[in-house]
Design a protein. Sequence first.
Length: 251
Amino acid sequence: MIHIRQEEMMKYALVTGGSRGIGRAVCRTLSGSGFYVLINYHVNLTEAEITLQQVREKGGEGEIIKFDVSSQEEVENALNGWLAKNEGKYISVLVNNAGIRKDALVMWMKNEEWSDVLNTNLNGFLYTTRLLIKDMLINKYGRIINVVSLSGVKGLPGQVNYSAAKAGVIGATKALAQEVAKKNVTVNAVAPGFIRTDMTKDLDEKELKTLIPMNRFGEPEEVAEVVGFLASEKASYITGAVINVNGGLYT
Ligand code: NAP
């Protein structure tokens, strides 16, 4: 009888911004599907530890990995370090979820408000993806899921920086999907509308929900389920797609 050790069958997934909100819910979902989850965070170690605890409570396993997605150096040090320590393992699922918003009207937008949002939401996608896609291509299997936004699909006033960054990731998703499709690597985007997380806690939900056909904000789990499906083998013929999860707000 061939004995395959549990560890050899383990599938690895990296979730950037896994410490809170949508990323945390994605970590739980992927863990529930049998993934060992690498939980990335930027500043909130305590929150990342809560995510790891929730993963373990579900019977899963994972670890915390700190880096700033907007820093090429930090991304490369952390991920190359992990790969060197874990020889023979490869990360087959990458969820580019880390994101920030710094809203301002264009006429008053500061250079940093533009560049911070572009660096995190758009450049971050490049740094992680460029590094991890190599192993996916070698292994002829991979799943990349980019968490974008309604803002990137429709454009939202007051969020020209954020809309530009997310629209950039949508374009990159469609282009990269064609670049790597032959190697059985899929690249898709999920575009949430208003989801109840720290990112939206300063918004007036009572007022905004009247614009949403479903008359409520979404929950992080409702986004995570879609990410989980795209990360699975079942989503084998979906690539270059942008899936809206917005309660009917915009299609
Ligand atoms: P959130 O609750 O504010 O959490 C943001 C996450 O991103 C945290 O884990 C944070 O880490 C991490 N992060 C931020 N900057 C980072 C950096 N430079 N490097 C590494 N990690 C970083 O946000 P969320 O609502 O869950 O949003 C998740 C994604 O969904 C984002 O891409 C966001 O743009 C998108 N989205 C959200 C909504 C919504 O309504 N909530 C709608 C559309 C799209 P720390 O905990 O260490 O700060």
